[in-house]
Design a protein around this ligand. Structure first.
Ligand code: G6P
Ligand code: MG
Length: 220
């Protein structure tokens, strides 16, 4: 029985993955190549500069450090513009109910996101108060699949990693959870998130986890 729930943000609580990918597609287009639909999976959960390196690798493009910084900043400006008008209506189905239900049971909650834009998104969604701790890309520099972001979340909650469940839509995030000794619940396609302990289509289906032996209760 888990006492804490750690949530990735993009693709788990809010559907921002589409905006990240659209912004990277423009970067690629400017550099003269196209990203394929399946490239989106590679960019999920990875920090901004790592994502840029993946994009450049796909195009076989090499740039100097200053250009890399500029390309990342321009991508972020496009992304920030896309999410600037985010509202509570943009939350993924079941996300709000899931957070509120867990907290009502006394389960501790943390956000574990690679995004430096996470605080702005939480404010736009009006859900900052639903997390006991927020660990984002400005707090932690080691990128998923490194477990640091989730280990820092567990530590902030005062809950042992073995008593934590992580909700993740990214392969890198599922790996980070497992590397941290936590249960990993994949959000999405079981054929993609093969290393997760259980996979559900979204937080609206969180009750199905009981049939996988994953249950929650307030910390003793
Ligand atoms: C999340 C997304 C990634 C994104 C990363 C960094 O993990 O899933 O696609 O690259 O955050 O986001 P940022 O907003 O800091 O560029
Ligand atoms: Mg994600």
């Amino acid at each position: 029985t888990a006492h804490a729930a750690l949530f990735d943000l993009d693709g788990v609580i809010v559907d921002t993955a589409v905006h990240h990918f659209a912004a990277w597609r423009e970067t690629a287009a400017e550099l003269g190549f196209a990203l394929a639909d399946q490239d989106e999976e590679l960019l999920k959960g990875v920090g901004r500069m790592d994502a840029l390196r993946i994009v450049l690798g796909i195009g076989g493009v090499e740039v100097d450090d200053a250009t890399a910084e500029r390309l990342a900043a321009e991508k972020n400006a496009r992304y920030v513009e896309a999410i600037a008008s985010i509202t509570p209506a943009d939350m993924l189905p079941g996300a709000l109910d899931c957070l509120e239900a867990l907290r009502a049971q006394g389960v501790r909650t943390a956000l574990g996101s690679a995004s430096r834009n996470a605080p702005m998104i939480l404010d736009g969604l009006g859900i900052r108060d639903l997390f006991d701790a927020v660990i984002d890309g400005s707090v932690v520099t080691e990128a998923k699949p490194h477990p640091r972001v989730f280990l820092a979340g567990a530590e902030a909650l005062g809950v042992a990693p073995a008593d934590c469940v992580v909700f993740e839509d990214a392969i890198a995030g599922v790996r980070a959870a497992k590397a941290g000794g936590m249960l990993a619940v994949g959000i999405g396609d079981p054929a993609v998130l093969t290393e997760a302990d259980a996979v559900i289509p979204g937080l609206h289906a969180v009750d199905a986890l009981a049939s996988h032996g994953i249950t929650f209760a307030g910390a003793p």
